[in-house]
Ligand binder design. Structure first.
Ligand SMILES: [Zn+2]
Length: 362
């Protein structure tokens, strides 16, 4: 897409956004009790947590799969993760519903550059004239020159599907990119957001600790907890080991670093608030160990030598699926196997693929 075409696309999306705002304003507030704090869910749109922290559903692939978070402080805003290009209208609608304009956005922060988190960064930066992009140093170049990143995604999904899912990645001017090195502090109108280098899921991953609320935005480092698998308010948390940089030792260490902050809440991209994350860490670590054991068992079965990752993946996926379904059942999830396959099928496939690549390299 040429840049003038891309600009027209943004304008079209903005028009669409104003219709979404109208829908959101008709929404019904529904209070949801959570152990730590109370959130209010505005129908189809904005989830408001505490101390200026909000979330909304990107709508990526299915409802409640991927969230974008937003911190508003002294009427300045920082988005954390972006969803894909298709998320921009939702982001504009959310700003409008908060009485903010696009020029109130100071930062677009990426936990990492997998495209369900970062695919919308280019169009968002185009729409938010005052924003700086905050990203791990390993991700910075891919945001200013996204062709290699897109080529990698096209290799996985095929060109047509990749374009359908992620559109055209728009490059971001290098001078608008802030590299979030370990310990970097981002100042949002006086509110300090601490960036931690948290490899394990990906080497280009950061976690963002909000020093005011003591909440931590964990991207994919602290696992996934789909809302449909909550039982009596208890989340079902499991690790994500998607390709191609899964590293279990690094992931354990990153989870430990997040816990050392003694966060009051974790905000997961998949999906939303996890109160008192330390209460769920043991289950997350045990499931991570189980994933790794499944991969190591598969590697032992095929023996040494030049094992193809796809051969390993085919061996890993069935026991991984069985393990997750058994764990969900033990957690009290009463969905049918078919419903669980619908919810977890993509994760089983991608996690098996990531585990296979790790095991094949080991
Ligand atoms: Zn990811």
């Amino acid at each position: 897409m040429r840049s003038d075409e891309a600009d027209r696309e943004v304008i079209r999306l903005c028009r669409h956004a104003s219709r979404i705002v109208a829908v959101a304003k008709r929404g019904i507030d529904t209070p949801i009790d959570l152990p730590l704090i109370t959130c209010r869910l505005m129908k189809n749109e904005l989830i408001t947590y505490t101390q200026g922290i909000h979330a909304f559903d990107t709508g990526y692939l299915r409802p409640q799969l991927a969230a974008v978070h937003l911190i508003v402080h002294n009427r300045r805003a920082a988005f954390i993760d972006t969803g894909t290009y298709a998320t921009l209208p939702h982001a504009l609608a959310v700003l409008d519903s908060l009485g903010l304009t696009p020029d109130a956005v100071d930062y677009v922060m990426l936990t990492h550059i997998h495209l369900d988190h970062a695919g919308g960064a280019g169009v968002m930066m185009g729409a938010f004239p005052n924003a700086q992009l905050v990203v791990h140093p390993r991700g910075a170049r891919h945001m200013s020159e996204p062709s290699k990143l897109m080529a990698g995604v096209e290799a996985v999904y095929g060109k047509q599907r990749a374009r359908q899912l992620y559109g055209e990645l728009r490059p971001i001017a290098a001078e608008r990119i802030v590299e979030a090195h370990e310990g970097a502090v981002i100042n949002l109108a006086g509110r300090e957001l601490l960036c931690l280098d948290t490899p394990g899921h990906a080497r280009h991953h950061i976690a963002i600790f909000d020093t005011q609320s003591k909440g931590v935005f964990t991207g994919d480092t602290f696992g996934i907890a789909y809302r449909e698998l909550h039982v009596g308010g208890r989340p079902f948390l499991f690790p994500t080991t998607t390709p191609s940089q899964f590293d279990p030792a690094a992931l354990r260490s990153s989870i430990g670093r997040i816990l050392a902050l003694q966060p009051k809440a974790a905000y997961l991209t998949h999906f939303g608030l996890l109160p008192e994350p330390q209460r769920h860490a043991a289950a997350l670590m045990q499931r991570l160990d189980a994933f790794v054991n499944i991969a190591e068992d598969a590697a032992r079965k095929v023996g040494d030598g030049n094992t193809a990752a796809d051969e390993l993946q085919a061996l890993i996926a069935p026991p991984l699926r069985a393990f997750l379904i058994a764990e969900a059942r033990a957690h009290g999830v009463s969905l049918s196997d078919d419903e669980l396959d619908t919810l977890l099928g993509m994760d089983v496939d991608l996690n098996a693929q990531g585990l296979a690549l790790w095991a094949a390299a080991g």
